[in-house]
Design a protein around this ligand. Structure first.
Ligand code: ASP
Length: 477
């Protein structure tokens, strides 16, 4: 039987909780005062923040304006304008020539010119000639595309260290991967924290590390965000600042919503939901190292350094402005609808169906079910090539009455820590979608009440996001 809590006890508990919230609820200003005292911030700068000498100057000013910014993690130079090519991509292309035994010298020269224009623009007396000789030799020896790509951050790190007068630490010496190329979190933390204890200010290039035999290995694209987080953990930073070219996370994708509002504070869990569904400001794996340490991440804009950006925290008493924190989504899903009479009473049916997907190495996204039906949502790209094998396996293992496939579906995640304590959120979402003439194909609300996932046809995707944004942010009814 449910235990009844005496009213008085609940009242005291609530009062206590309120007091606790007042004491622990920190404003951005007071957070910053604390950081000034404790003085350790790790700052990561993305490719567009380091694309040219002018951008380097902005970055230098940002770093010098706060003593606490002691550890710097640079990306490789990114695009200077929309038609430009990122140095990382130039390196991949250059290395592809080397692999095909073609002449890559002109392509490598172009890359060196990018760096030279930064060095000259900053009036540094630094030459990367030796480095480029070594790189050319290693390309000839086919050192691998990870090695090739990593040189973007490696060289930018050398320039950055010289420009700031900080120590340069090659990430290959401190970021460890195992033989299979999996990142070794514990080993890395041990080596890196020991190494960083010895230097007060350092530049550690992002994106790569090395296996124990010295083979360079990179994270997936955008992985400098992960390096920044790893460094923040190793030095027990008070803040991990991630500087990019936008002033933080936006409530919705600006390609769909014109000038969307920005998110001031977001929790790690909310962020994970949004990044997984396509909000791409930060690499989706970047929260893991700092999350366990309770280190906040602040997304900042190099081109607008006075903007507060988005603060990503473990937990907060600050409510988001609009019940929901953000909306994100992805197109390109397939729903596999399975029917079988009396499915509800067949123990193990779900396991057998999922085993069919597992056999083919396909991971599933959502599994809404009814009494005699079960639907599996999977990525269309992953599924397409193996669909007949999966269907055969479902028939073999689970013996359903029928299977139907529906393709070209989009999934939208409406995320918000505020939803838990607000009545009618789901009602508002679905009435907005009905008014926008969007047919809802699937609804999934996790028990955490942190998000509602909605399946729609690809062609309704944008209209659905607009309708949800409108109801929560624009009209706020
Ligand atoms: N330079 C790498 C990329 O373009 C890594 C990064 O910037 O984080 O993906």
């Amino acid at each position: 039987m449910k235990k009844l809590v005496p009213i008085k006890k609940t009242l005291w508990y609530n009062l206590g909780q309120m007091l606790f919230n007042v004491v622990t609820c920190t404003s951005k200003e007071s957070l910053e005062r604390n950081y000034e005292k404790e003085m350790t911030k790790v700052v990561k700068f993305g490719g567009s923040s380091l694309a040219s000498a002018q951008q380097f100057v902005k970055v230098g000013n940002i770093i010098r304006s706060d003593e606490a910014r002691k550890y710097v993690v640079p990306s490789a130079p990114g695009k200077r304008n929309s038609k430009d090519t990122k140095v990382t991509d130039m390196l991949y292309q250059c290395y592809a020539l080397a692999e095909e035994e073609k002449d890559f010298s002109a392509a490598l020269k172009k890359i060196q010119e990018r760096y030279n224009s930064i060095i000259n623009g900053l009036n540094l007396t630094l030459s990367l000639d030796e480095q480029f000789k070594v790189i050319a030799e290693n390309f000839k020896k086919k050192a691998g595309s990870d090695y090739a790509a990593s040189r973007g951050e490696f060289l930018n790190g050398i320039i950055m260290a010289e420009y700031l007068g900080y120590e340069f630490i090659d990430a290959a010496e401190v970021i460890v991967f195992d033989e299979d190329g999996e990142f070794e979190a514990e080993k890395t933390n041990k080596i890196l924290s020991e190494r960083l204890k010895k230097c007060e200010r350092a530049v550690v290039p992002g994106f790569y590390g090395a296996k124990e035999d010295g083979t360079v290995k990179t994270f997936s694209r955008g992985g400098s965000d992960i390096t920044g987080s790893i460094v923040a953990k190793a030095v027990h930073a008070d803040m991990y600042e991630n500087w990019t070219d936008v002033s933080g996370f936006l409530v919705a994708d600006p390609r769909i919503i014109e000038n969307p509002e920005s998110i001031k504070v977001i929790t790690y869990r909310e962020l994970r939901e949004l990044s997984y569904m396509g909000a791409t400001v930060l690499h989706e794996d970047a929260v893991f190292p700092v999350r366990k340490e309770g280190i906040p991440i602040n997304i900042r804009n190099t081109n607008a350094p006075d903007d507060e950006g988005t603060l990503i925290v473990e937990s907060t008493c600050r409510q988001s402005a609009y019940t929901i924190t953000g909306i994100a989504g992805k197109k390109g899903f397939v729903a596999v609808n399975i029917e079988k009479d009396m499915m509800n009473s067949e123990v193990g049916f779900g396991r057998k169906v999922l085993a069919a997907f597992e056999e083919q190495g396909i991971s599933f996204e959502h599994v809404p079910s009814g009494i005699d039906t079960m639907t599996i949502f999977v990525h269309q790209e992953e599924f397409e090539g193996k669909e007949q094998e999966v269907l055969a396996a479902i028939h073999r293992l689970a013996k359903p009455d029928s299977i139907e496939i529906e393709s070209n579906l989009g999934l939208i995640a409406v995320v918000g820590r505020g939803m838990k304590s607000t009545r009618g959120t789901a009602g508002r979402i679905f009435s907005a979608l009905a008014h926008a003439n969007v047919n809802v194909k699937m609804i999934d609300q996790g028990s955490s009440e942190l998000n509602v996932i909605i399946g729609v046809r690809n062609e309704d995707f944008e209209a659905a996001i607009k309708a949800i944004y409108d109801i929560f942010v624009v009209t706020q009814i």
